[in-house]
Design a protein around this ligand. Sequence first.
Ligand code: ADP
Length: 264
Amino acid sequence: TLDQRWQMRTAALGPELRLVHLVDQTDQYAAERMRVDFVANASHELRTPLASILGYVETLADAAGEDPGLRQRFLGIVFDEARRMERLVEDLMSLSRIEAEKFRLPRAEVDLAELVQDACDSLYTTHGNRGDDIRLELAEDVPRVIGDQAQLSQLVHNLVGNAMKYGRAGTPVEVSLSAVDRNLCLVVADQGEGIASEHLPRLTERFYRVDPGRSRSLGGTGLGLAIVKHIVERHRGRLDIASQVGVGTRVAVTLPAAIPAPLV
Ligand code: ADP
């Protein structure tokens, strides 16, 4: 038995020297469970638009293809579903790239103010027709951060994009950047539907959505905040989400500033 083997081992080592090796596998099991769930969720998310595309293409190949009005409508649906798959695959690829780089600290100095300005300009152009406006407040002379330009740009896009998606039409999205101690603080606030407190701790889980139907109809993949969380972690930053149902949501990201090297 194990007990006898243990006895033999301790006898060989001498009575006062004992070596015990205990491994806690709880974390390992939880990580494995998460990986299995993730693959199942990703497959399901991809299969739904794929089934829809196959169905419509099949119908188009039959009689519906001869009616120009119907053909146009069905082709529109096929296009939208294919775009949904494309967004999902892009987000999955981003997530795996960021995870692969988890232990490699970013090195470049990034001008976050410029990056926030650019991201807001491009989002305003693509979503601007909803009549929302972005109120940008950039403190002067904020220090740079050590970071990955592309990832930080994606972070700003995801947060401001969410504020525009879930904010009430006609209300502004407020974006501010300021320096606090040796950190930079980016805040994105909207006046939207808000999020009930029981959902807050789970928002950064992959594919977690408060209202899956609404997220999908707005073009969401359910991966935006998971990506944000990973980017913040890689930059040794902090993510805080505060929200009130019916009032709005405020997301704050704190990133360590690049401290200029002292002149020698
Ligand atoms: P999605 O692609 O569904 O927007 P995210 O990971 O970006 O996925 O966000 C997860 C969920 O968090 C969303 O489905 C939505 O329910 C909620 N959410 C995120 N940002 C906001 C916000 N600004 N206001 C209200 N709900 C939000």
